[in-house]
Unconditional design. Structure first.
Lengths: 331, 331
DNA sequence: AGCCTTCAGTGAAACGTTTCATCACCGTGC
DNA sequence: GCACGGTGATGAAACGTTTCACTGAAGGCT
């Protein structure tokens, strides 16, 4: 593999000069610079980032660890983060924990060993050992889609309690009194908060609440939940899902069983992913500003790495209800 | 930041011993090993991967560069690749070119500078300058979802011509004779091949073909295509889309305009992503073994990096038609 | 007692950069 | 003619590991 010294020898200059050509082109005379550049081109030299980083002490890479890339919500978060990173000339590497603590641990360890500039993190558990270990590495990090006390780290989140309340209130207002909430893994803050929002609204009402737990956050789990709902009697007249993927699965189960939506079963999802509007029955959903979430988190992280005494922030966005056919009573 | 020599000093051993504890624990006496391990724990030492890599010459990371993470098809490809990599104890970092050559170039450069073990690549153009430059870096790579001659690199792909033919033949057989093909960017091999498959089938028939070009491969482009279709007269009776995202967008446009699917407009998609089955009208689609694609590509890459003279392969999978309501004539 | 082997641990070289103090050269102003 | 400042290039140190040839000590064998 061709290194800086091969270039130097071939161009008849010193190693330092080659380095200057690459990193501070203005300090080297035009003639020399061109000669060196053409040798670089000729030999196909690419600098070894690990050597550079070893010497420089810091890398030009951000890490992003999300819960589930299969969820378009997180893809949007990633897009937002990427945009912010590129604006600063940094690269970002995206990893997918798939809600598995072991993968989370393995990726966090990788980030630490790589001496990544900083990490954007949507953690699986509240405070796993993995996270605890990672904290000690001193790599700056910011939580995405997860609230945290500013004493630990900056965070960018959406108010999930409010979101849960939003969906529940909508179902109350459209006249439902047997309502199911299909939740994801209780280990996720998002899920617990959304459930709490739902409960806080419904507890003050006459409506009866059933909560389905122990499910994943994917379409398949939604189908399971759907068939469980179909088997209940009396059957709820409306279902609120912790996630659009779940909602799409439930919807599929309903359509498959010939249950009319929303007449016999109203459905509300969460995230307002692009596919929600294109579903069999377009889904009412609680929208989160996914892209903005990612962008803001990246900006916070960059601010923190640029200036260690930048103060920590806990940004909270407010979700918004998007009403579509799946809860719209037709005449 | 705490380094190996801090650990060594504190544990009262030499640097080499600490390194041995970390990398070849069996060669060091139990007592010493435990002492060192507890100091590592106490100080929160994490090894600097760039130093290690600089010395070792190779990293334990694979790069994966996909066309569009917003397309669940590629998310599945990534999952398959991840699985294979983890089975070998390697980490994989996923990057998203978003079909932009500049991002592709930037990520390829990053992979080369990082001295990644190898790269899985679904390239934007046929042979961009970026790819050309990357080739010279000597980093092994394998094409995913893209055929290539074995003289250049191994590749794992799905027969897109066959897939295009599959969809077109299905539309012929269900009695359509004004058929539209909604294509994505012509720069993508996949798009050109699928179109070719369509043409090869339809040219031998009485059916009239309209091709819509110059679109992206996302839902929004699909909506555009849909409204263009709506404005045509005579209007085609069936549309085949290069991609499920496009198909979902077209479907949305049809539903929005009150055009019945499949009676007034049959729709066929491509990829059979999970959302295709959950759509307003479940989509007929050409299924590709996405996960398997990723897994196989990673395995090929690993074989190649393990043994430089492993022979190159061009694996081609065969797509399969999944028929659903969007083309099923109802009575 | 002397020799050989094995086991633990040491110290230094090497990896490919960046950076910085230093040097050589040249033109300018006095 | 001389000091001076500026420009452009140099050479060596340093970054944190891994590896490898080596040393010492302890034990086994003749």
């Amino acid at each position: 593999m061709v290194g800086i010294k091969d270039v130097a020898k071939r161009a008849g200059v010193s190693i330092g000069t080659v380095s200057n050509v690459v990193n501070r082109p203005h300090v080297v005379a035009t003639a020399t610079r061109n000669r060196v550049l053409s040798v670089i081109e000729e030999l196909g030299y690419v600098r070894d980032e690990s050597a550079r980083q070893l010497r420089a002490g810091s890398s030009r890479i951000l890490g992003l660890l999300v819960l589930d890339l299969g969820n378009p919500f997180f893809v949007d978060v990633a897009r937002g983060a990427e945009q912010a990173a590129h604006a600063e000339g940094l690269n970002i590497i995206t990893c997918n924990s798939g809600q598995r603590s072991d993968l989370e641990a393995s990726y966090l360890a990788m980030f630490a060993e790589q001496r990544v500039r900083g990490v954007l993190l949507s953690p699986v558990g509240a405070s796993s050992e993995a996270l605890h270990a990672f904290r000690r590495s001193g790599t700056p990090y910011v939580f995405v889609d997860r609230k945290a006390s500013t004493s630990e780290a900056s965070s960018v989140a959406v108010d999930d309690v409010a979101g849960g309340a939003l969906g529940a209130r909508h179902l109350l207002e459209t006249g439902h009194d047997r309502i199911a909430f299909v939740n994801g893994p209780a280990i996720l803050d998002q899920c617990r908060d959304r459930e709490q929002g739902v409960r806080s609204v419904l507890s003050g009402s006459a409506a009866e609440l059933t909560v389905l737990e122990g499910l994943g956050l994917d379409v398949e789990s939604g189908r399971d939940a759907g068939s469980r709902l179909l088997g209940m009697s009396p059957r709820p007249t409306a279902v609120f899902c912790a996630n659009d993927l779940l909602a799409l699965g439930v919807l599929q189960a309903m359509v498959g069983a010939g249950v009319r939506v929303p007449e016999e079963m109203a459905i509300v999802g969460y995230d307002d992913i692009e596919f929600a509007g294109a579903a069999a029955v377009p889904l009412t959903s609680v929208r989160q500003p996914a892209r903005r979430l990612g962008r803001t988190a990246a900006e916070l992280l960059l601010a923190e790495t640029a200036d260690t005494k930048a103060e920590r922030q806990a940004v909270v966005f407010t979700p918004e209800l998007v009403v579509r056919e799946s809860t719209r009573v037709r005449r």
